[in-house]
Design a protein. Structure first.
Length: 194
């Protein structure tokens, strides 16, 4: 004896509900960050470590490289929301040891383009910044933007000319402009490490 059954109704597709991203209430202990920008804490290209001290406070620091050679920084952030998200404010110190015996083509006070040798002198700055952090992906990664001000603490000339004819004021101002200091505008990505 055989029995057959068949459903003639159209096939229904079952839609799965998209599960919301659920992050546990605990942030990673360390973020590894890479960033770039103008007067960025780690210069044009660098990385840093951001270590949680509490739900609202972290300390960070790291190296980078830029127009004034290598650069290092250390700082502290206070987050307005727990778990290191949303807005934060921060402060810290940056230090660039400068570069020595570099040759640049510059315009002399006599109007000719000449090759001259310079030292870019060490620079120490105090910075104040505001940050905005966004979630990136399913894990604890973050995207952020930074806006602030970097104030020079170093005194004296930013560079020293070692050889060549005296340079024009315009080229001296251009060389000074590559030193750290002034407005900060930076972006970065932080990768959470549990």
């Amino acid at each position: 004896m055989n029995v057959l059954a068949q459903d003639n109704s159209p096939m229904k597709t079952v839609k799965k509900k998209k599960e919301p991203r659920v992050r546990s209430g605990q942030s990673p202990a360390i973020y590894i960050t890479t960033s770039t920008g103008i007067n960025n804490n780690t210069a044009i290209l660098g990385f840093s470590f951001d270590v949680a001290v509490s739900k609202n406070i972290s300390i960070d620091g790291g190296p980078g490289t830029g127009t004034w050679g290598d650069k290092v920084f250390t700082g502290i952030k206070y987050y307005l929301k727990p778990d290191h998200r949303g807005f934060a404010i921060g402060t810290g110190l940056t230090y660039a040891p400068g570069v020595r015996h570099r040759w640049y083509n510059v315009k002399s006070i006599y109007g000719y383009t000449e090759s001259a040798e310079f030292n870019k002198n060490p620079q120490t700055n105090l910075f104040f910044a505001a940050y905005k952090f966004w979630n990136l992906g399913k894990k604890y990664n973050r995207l952020y933007a930074e806006l602030g001000w970097s104030a020079p603490l170093s005194s004296g000339d930013k560079f020293t000319q070692l050889q060549g004819y005296p340079i024009s004021d315009k080229d001296a101002n251009s060389l000074n402009a590559t030193a750290q200091g002034g407005p900060i505008l930076a972006v970065g990505i932080s990768f959470g490490v549990n």
